[in-house]
Write a protein that binds this ligand. Structure first.
Ligand SMILES: Cc1cc2nc3c(=O)[nH]c(=O)nc-3n(C[C@H](O)[C@H](O)[C@H](O)COP(=O)(O)O)c2cc1C
Ligand SMILES: [Mn+2]
Length: 529
């Protein structure tokens, strides 16, 4: 069953015993973080599993009655519920079926395909006339300060919206993108838009700077060369998205809409590292098996989820950047301040009695750990499209997803592990992977003790470690330069003679089946247990 909006989802969480309502007054400045962090780290023992319950804070200091939902995705069970499955591999299986689709040969085969084609019809979003997010429309006298936005950590630069679905339009194709990029509140109507430079909205922004549009990518003349050069200058000096050139500045704005508090599949689709050509609204439709309903914005030419709790409409100026951060990030460290575009809000619409949905990030494990694990499972079949030799992948939570990937492969030729490393580094956001460990298919990558044993046994470090240079995550504080640094691959596969390894390779120690069966039979009699 898909959830139409955040409220249906909260009701379902409550019914499933996955929600804790808290009536004691709490402060959105630091206090909610401390409570939620303890819950994420296992302080709520009565739930008997990592992650604890989702939390609905009903009495938030200074919130004028707006409750806060946090930790909605914060356990494996809730992540499954959010995507309406019993196991995340079910989604991977659905993707596999879609990818395996071949042309039907006879009438019967065509008939068999009909249900799948009908399913595909559910993926596409539908624009409807109006929706609950329009219950209150404020084109003036609105304020970002009206919402109980958290200050998460002591050294944060201020209050940050941490779970926003940021919607922009590709000026080249007209396609929409929805990405989750945190937003720092500056004042009533302005905020910092933290889309990192390799993300899709930052690319839209650069395209606007370049003067690229649907009109001039075709037969029509491109922008005047001088104007183009000005845009290039800004990009060349860019920090977060782009940096101001002194003196001349290109003019113009880029429209942005932000949905806060949507149904969980939609919120989740804002974090998936989808190819730029695929609209997240379609991904959400696929995950929900039900179209996403959209409504047109009031002041910008964008559509937003009709059932959202809160919608912020506005624009970023192409010639304006401002310091964003520091912010306590999911690396366990503060991400340092940097220059990012400024979001100017032109209109706020919301439901009556809106609920503010948010999250915190920090030292893992936290809520985002479960979201990341879901991405890992769902993207495995898609990784295999490009790298079919991959058997399984583990992005350990402590590696914060971009710092460590353990991948097992079916090794078929000399140098195969290195081909896989290079393939991963070329794969969308997997480019950020600081350390890739490649093992043979007999290693269970989900079993870290086994990985440590086999990897450390199997490598001759000088021979088996591959360094490369390239883009790194904006949050990487150790790289030689912001956004640019080195990455490491460890080839921990068994080395072959054709790779120059001619020494004998020892067998792994394993007991024979006969002796095992014998001891199984005697086990009780031995009286050890
Ligand atoms: C809670 C949370 C917060 C995030 N904050 C940011 C952020 O501030 N900036 C950013 O570039 N990516 C952030 N991300 C990661 C992006 O959402 C992710 O890379 C996504 O795939 C980007 O979408 P895009 O490919 O459409 O750009 C965050 C992810 C999560 C789960
Ligand atoms: Mn995207």
């Amino acid at each position: 069953m898909a959830f139409d909006d955040l409220r249906q989802w909260i009701t379902a969480l409550d019914r499933a015993g996955e929600l804790k309502k808290i009536r004691t007054e709490v402060d959105p400045v630091l206090e909610i973080t401390e409570i939620t962090d303890r819950v994420s780290k296992g302080a709520a023992k009565k739930y008997g599993r990592p992650g604890g319950p989702a939390l609905l804070f009903e009495n938030v200091k200074g919130a004028k009655g707006i409750p806060i939902l946090i930790n909605q995705f914060g356990s494996e069970r809730r992540m499954q519920m959010a995507l309406s499955v019993d196991h995340l591999d079910e989604i991977a299986e659905r993707i596999r079926q879609l990818l395996n689709m071949k042309s039907p040969e006879g009438f019967l085969e065509k008939l068999k395909m009909l249900p799948m084609l009908a399913d595909m019809g559910k993926f596409f979003p539908k624009v409807v006339q109006t929706g609950p997010c329009k219950e209150v429309i404020k084109k003036e006298n609105f304020s970002l300060l009206d919402f109980p936005v958290l200050q998460c950590w002591p050294k944060d630069a201020g209050r940050f919206i941490t779970l926003p679905c940021v919607i922009t339009r590709d000026p080249k194709t007209g396609k929409r993108n929805m990405g989750m990029y945190r937003i720092q509140i500056y004042d009533e109507t302005t905020a910092g838009m933290h889309w990192q430079r390799q993300k899709i909205a930052a690319e839209h922004y650069r395209d606007m700077l370049r003067g690229v549009s649907k009109q001039n990518t075709g037969a029509q003349a491109p922008r005047a060369a001088t104007e183009k050069r000005r845009g290039d200058d800004i990009m060349a000096r860019s920090g977060g998205g782009a940096m101001l050139a002194s003196g001349e500045r290109p003019s113009g704005t880029m429209e942005v809409a932000v949905a806060l508090g949507t149904d969980p599949a939609l919120t989740f689709s804002a974090i998936v590292p989808a190819p730029p050509e695929v609209e997240e609204f379609i991904i959400a439709g696929f995950l929900r098996q039900k179209p996403v309903e959209l409504v047109k914005c009031e002041t910008v030419d964008l559509e937003v989820p009709a059932g959202a709790e809160i919608v912020l409409e506005g624009y970023v100026k192409l010639d304006e950047l401002r310091t964003e951060g520091p912010f306590g990030d999911h690396t366990g460290f503060y991400s340092l301040e940097d220059e990012y575009p400024v979001f100017h809000v032109t209109c706020i619409t919301h439901r009556k009695n809106p609920i503010y949905a948010t999250t915190i990030v920090g030292k893992p494990p936290m809520e985002d750990a479960w979201m990341g694990k879901a991405v890992e499972r769902i993207f495995l079949p898609l990784m295999k499209l490009t790298l079919p030799e991959i058997v399984d992948v583990n992005l350990p939570v402590e590696g914060q997803f971009h710092n460590l990937m353990i991948v097992s492969i079916r090794k078929s030729y000399p140098g195969h592990a290195r081909k896989v490393m290079n393939g991963v580094w070329a794969l969308g956001q997997a480019m950020f992977t600081k350390c890739i460990i490649v093992v043979d298919e007999d290693v269970n990558v989900q079993d870290i003790p086994e990985v440590v044993l086999k990897v450390t046994n199997n490598i001759d470090p000088e021979r088996d470690i591959q360094f490369t240079l390239g883009p790194v995550d904006s949050l990487d504080h150790s790289a030689r330069l912001a956004n640019f640094g080195s990455k490491m691959g460890i080839d921990a596969t068994r080395k072959w003679p054709t790779e120059g390894f001619t020494r004998p390779w020892p067998d792994e120690i394993l007991m024979d089946d006969k002796t095992k069966a014998l001891v199984d039979k005697k086990w009780k009699e031995l009286g050890i247990e």
